[in-house]
Design a protein around this ligand. Sequence first.
Ligand SMILES: Cc1cc2nc3c(=O)[nH]c(=O)nc-3n(C[C@H](O)[C@H](O)[C@H](O)COP(=O)(O)O)c2cc1C
Length: 174
Amino acid sequence: MNKVGIFFGPEGGATEKIAKMVQKEFGSDNADLIPIKGKKAEDIDRYINIIFGSSTLNNEIWNSDRRVKPDWDVFRPELDKINYKGKVFALYGLGDHISYARFFVDSMGIIAKRMLDNNAKIVGSCDAKDYKFEQSEAFIEGRFIGLPIDEEFESEKSPERVKRWVSDIKSNFV
Ligand SMILES: Cc1cc2nc3c(=O)[nH]c(=O)nc-3n(C[C@H](O)[C@H](O)[C@H](O)COP(=O)(O)O)c2cc1C
């Protein structure tokens, strides 16, 4: 299997914690941890197996031009410049299914939809029956497009969720 690039943001919180958990499952020699902050499409193009990790910091922030933009929001235009040919992608997203039940892990869906518009191959979708939520941009064709993680209210479930998910995507990475 080719080396995995785990691109994540923001740094210093739950998204980074999960990035490290994911890296551990692959073995640190097999996966690089890379903050998405300041990166360009060409940084992504160095890898064939790619994981995108993000947290949702609500719709207002995602859609606002006034606030300091989260790392992924800055990167978003680069999503159209990646060379998707021959690459395999997987996404995970941090969210809070109690306080933001109508926007649960939206950022993961917003990123994924832009990738799908570019014909990206995305693996590692998850059954929604393991989660309680009302609405999500990441709920696409009856499944979550990637792995939702709730470190606020279900952190005890994260290690097992990550383990199962990595074992699934490993079999689809090249
Ligand atoms: C201001 C703010 C807005 C948030 N909005 C959402 C949201 O719309 N949907 C969601 O699922 N989680 C939302 N969350 C929860 C975060 O995604 C969650 O706390 C996550 O673990 C943060 O990860 P981070 O520390 O890596 O940023 C929000 C949290 C904050 C502080």
